[in-house]
Design a protein around this ligand. Structure first.
Ligand SMILES: Nc1ncnc2c1ncn2[C@@H]1O[C@H](COP(=O)(O)OP(=O)(O)OP(=O)(O)O)[C@@H](O)[C@H]1O
Ligand SMILES: [Mg+2]
Length: 233
């Protein structure tokens, strides 16, 4: 089973956007790609077919025939971590092995999986495990999506430390929404992250003027991420 687990330094950082670019890239190579957003949370359901907007965006990009429940087995009607949301909604907390089994079952149907986390790497799913432990069980390499804001370097290093502590294999850091007219400190972010972390596959994605579509993001990823060549099974 092959795939990537996409996490971020924060919520709303661009995980789904980067996932759709990766999906575009894989489909462009005629690779059969599956998608999952195992945990999602929102104030209300998105549409009659998809409870979460992320599930819709991922499914649309992938041309997925899987059902909403297959792509997103756990949905919470409160915008919070699954642990906190379930305290409010009184939903049962999913057992780690149960979630992993559902992801692996779905993954069997495809050549390649793109899996989006929820929030950041230390988001608690229950009292006993976080996204980091879940990602460790799945065993897919990790992509970290970050921003170019003041404070991003700290968030990137904290996320990486959590990944290393959980023995996760971080293969790329994507600094999303780099402004066209960036400050010098923003322009130095990529090289500084590479220098401090040794992760060569660190690059930026520009701030788009409109809602970024999978093709625009995917084309940029294709040009920047030589490792994408290695993703072809
Ligand atoms: N490079 C970009 N340029 C312009 N807008 C962007 C860019 N990347 C993401 N966005 C916008 O920022 C918003 C948040 O992005 P996205 O939904 O991908 O984040 P996320 O990390 O998946 O959020 P969540 O934590 O809710 O899953 C979206 O409206 C998206 O269109
Ligand atoms: Mg998302």
């Amino acid at each position: 089973m092959r795939g990537l687990f996409v996490t971020g330094t924060d919520t709303g950082i661009g995980k789904t956007t980067i996932c759709t670019g990766l999906i575009w890239f894989l489909r462009n190579q005629e690779i059969d790609v599956g998608v999952m957003k195992p945990f999602a949370a929102a104030e209300k359901g998105f549409s009659s077919n998809y409870r979460s907007e992320d599930t819709y965006r991922l499914a649309l990009a992938a041309g997925s025939k899987s059902t909403d429940k297959q792509i997103n087995p756990f949905f919470y009607k409160v915008p919070a971590s699954p642990l906190v949301a379930s305290k409010i909604t009184h939903q049962k907390l999913p057992r780690l092995k149960n979630v992993v089994r559902q992801v692996l079952d779905e993954s069997k149907k495809y050549r390649y999986m793109i899996i989006e986390g929820i929030g950041g790497i230390m988001v608690p799913i229950s009292r006993t495990y976080t996204i980091a432990e879940f990602a460790r069980y799945l065993g897919f390499p990790i992509v970290i999506v970050a921003s170019a804001k003041l404070g991003s370097l700290n968030h990137i290093l904290l996320t990486l430390e959590a990944c290393f502590n959980h023995h996760l294999d971080v293969i790329a850091i994507v600094i999303n929404r780099m402004p066209k007219r960036s400050e010098k400190s923003q322009r130095l972010l990529v090289s500084t992250v590479r220098q401090l972390t040794g992760i060569r596959t660190t690059f930026s994605i520009p701030e788009f003027h409109r809602e970024p579509d999978p093709t625009s993001v995917g084309s940029i990823l294709n040009g920047k991420w030589h490792i994408l060549d290695a993703l072809q099974p």
